[in-house]
Ligand binder design. Structure first.
Ligand code: SF4
Length: 381
């Protein structure tokens, strides 16, 4: 409500910084708040939203929930509060040396025992379900939460044929678990207990590089699970969310060809790109000239492939415009040194090897090593 109040008074709420950065970047960039405002669940509510007092409670037409932070992956840019795997890592090893001490550390106290927020959700859900247009479950990994399956059973007995059900899933688990989940979805669709179903999954690069960024991901198992989804629910869309970060650049050409191949086979797949904002030392805009040339070539490649929709290309274009916008050399040195500190410690903790996985970053790595020396000489860590 406080954020709504600020927006109605023409103030930019700091927590919406992601959109302000896109809108302020050079070029004609359309931010998510415009894209989402024309979605079917929002567009016919715009006048009502504008004319409703900021402190009046409203039933949402779109709801996204996290039931649990239980997660089997440890993505480089994720945090303890969202992934139990990262919480375990930080408990075992503590903060990353020479990085801000709060990085990846838990910010909120873990809720043990009965979770009052989940109890509140189950009390509220029956009231809002009839007017909900989109219900999206995220995590953690939602398929590891019993509440996800409880929602599916609830919907079977309380249908809303106008509802779009969506899941954010990492697709990094057994085929049996995915089959169990899809069996429920098939029943919901057959009974018209929901209007449609969409899978949102994440991949920030291709092959071994994607597995480095999303630690615990097995690229082969991921693609097998994706194929299982396509074959079992051919009418449902799979949105491939790419949180574009510094390490996405190296394998992105392969990623574009891979998605292009699936589209040509008639798969309902969408490549949805956003840029990584936090942590700042993994942002794509700290790249050097060699990586920037690769990035620009990827944009040209995507533009040349007719299988990609205009909005997919536009979203990539705005990421590229943001990543290429001017930055200060001083700030870059600082962030590149922090990047080096992070990957050295990450490799040590997980016995991985950045240089072997990302050979095309050799020049960039030299620049980072020089920045690291500059930080040490000037006592800046
Ligand atoms: S799969 Fe999602 S919740 Fe799990 S670590 Fe990755 S980003 Fe975080």
């Amino acid at each position: 409500m406080q954020q709504r109040k600020m927006m109605l008074e023409g103030v930019r709420p700091p927590e919406c910084e992601y959109c302000w950065k896109i809108e302020d970047a050079p070029g004609e960039n359309i931010s998510d708040r415009f894209i989402k405002s024309i979605d079917h669940w929002a567009f016919d509510k715009l006048d009502e939203a504008l004319n409703t007092p900021w402190n009046k409670p409203v039933n949402p037409t779109y709801l996204e929930v996290i039931f649990s932070s239980e997660c089997n992956l440890n993505c480089m840019y994720c945090v303890s509060d969202v992934s139990s795997s990262i919480a375990r890592e930080m408990e075992k090893y503590g903060p990353y040396p020479n990085l801000p001490s709060e990085h990846r550390m838990p910010k909120h106290k873990e809720i043990t025992g009965d979770n009052p927020y989940i109890a509140a959700f189950w009390k509220w859900f029956p009231d809002i379900l009839p007017s909900l247009r989109v219900f999206r479950i995220t995590g953690g990994e939602p398929l590891l939460s019993s509440n996800t399956f409880r929602v599916l059973e609830y919907l079977e007995n309380h249908p809303n044929p106008n509802l779009e059900l969506a899941i954010n899933t990492n697709l990094s688990y057994s085929q049996q678990l995915l089959e169990k989940f899809m069996a429920h979805i098939k029943v919901l669709l057959a009974k018209k207990a929901i209007g449609s179903y969409t899978t949102y999954t994440s991949l920030d690069g291709h092959g071994a590089e994607s597995a480095y960024i999303r630690r615990g991901l097995d690229f082969e198992r991921f693609t097998k699970n994706m194929n299982l989804l396509f074959n079992s629910l051919p009418e449902s869309r799979v949105i491939l969310m790419c949180t574009f970060n510094l390490l996405s650049i190296g394998s992105f050409e392969r990623m574009i060809h891979w998605v292009d191949g699936m589209k040509k086979e008639g798969r309902k797949v969408v490549l949805d790109l956003s840029y990584l904002k936090d942590p700042d030392y993994l942002r794509a805009n700290i790249m050097d000239e060699s990586l920037e040339a690769k990035l620009l070539a990827c944009l040209e490649l995507m533009k040349s492939l007719p299988s990609f929709e205009t909005y997919e290309v536009k979203k990539f274009e705005r990421v590229v415009n943001w990543a290429c916008s001017t930055k200060s050399d001083e700030r870059n040195k600082w962030l590149r040194a922090h990047f080096l500190q992070f990957i050295q410690e990450f490799d040590r903790r997980f016995n991985s090897n950045f240089e072997e996985t990302f050979p095309e970053y050799a020049t960039f790595l030299k620049i980072c090593k020089k920045a690291d020396i500059w930080m040490k000489v000037n006592n800046l860590y």
